[in-house]
Design a protein around this ligand. Sequence first.
Ligand code: PGA
Length: 254
Amino acid sequence: MRKDLIVGNWKMHATHLETIQMVQKLGYRLDHPDYERVDVAVCPPFTALRSAQTVIETDHLQIKLGAQNVYFEEKGAYTGEVAPGMLSALSVTFVIIGHSERREYFGDTDEIVNRKVKAVLAAGMTPILCCGETEQEREDGVTEEKIGRQVRAGLAGLTEEQIAGLVVAYEPIWAIGTGRTASDDDAGAMATFVRTTIADIAGDAAESTRILYGGSMNPGNVAGLMAKRDIDGGLVGGASLDPDTFASVIRYWV
Ligand code: PGA
């Protein structure tokens, strides 16, 4: 009942011109049956969202558009920030919130993350709430404590209906961009832990929330991860930049 979702997080890569090519190429490689099985989204930088939207509409692609961040205010004197309404006006469907790089380098706290999640929902889009532990935290045995805290804080104040519709990405920080992936069993167990935590807050709604794994997902490891009951998809960084490779991740059953 939960449809698979594979999201490309391009991070700070791709000009608007490169984005046009990447989206077109990905579009050529995917077919109707692929979209029946998997929701596909790409998250280019802000400067390329309009170009991506135009290609998607012109070529009638079923690829959905996502953004990598947002500010929580609707408008005002916030130099350099982008408002939720500006993204929804570009037909953005998903917004990544609280990625570990945002938390680490740009000061996104649990409280800020929660405000952004609410702002994204208020603008009619779907948040992809990220959580994940460092290697040190894993060694210290505090992984569940950290993930539990991040998930509870991120979802604070939301209705069960809102929680049912959103996406949570579990991304162990030591696996991001390192080529090291969590084992299928570890990733699956953490996805189950995330769902249990959500069930604690929102009851049965947790069965509808989509949970993604992120951290060096690639064509070679995606099938094993996707076989886990509570992993409903992936948040893919490096392997989403090449359309051929990303299409292989998306078509993981082939
Ligand atoms: P990666 O990035 O696939 O390059 O590890 C994933 C992410 O940061 O979302």
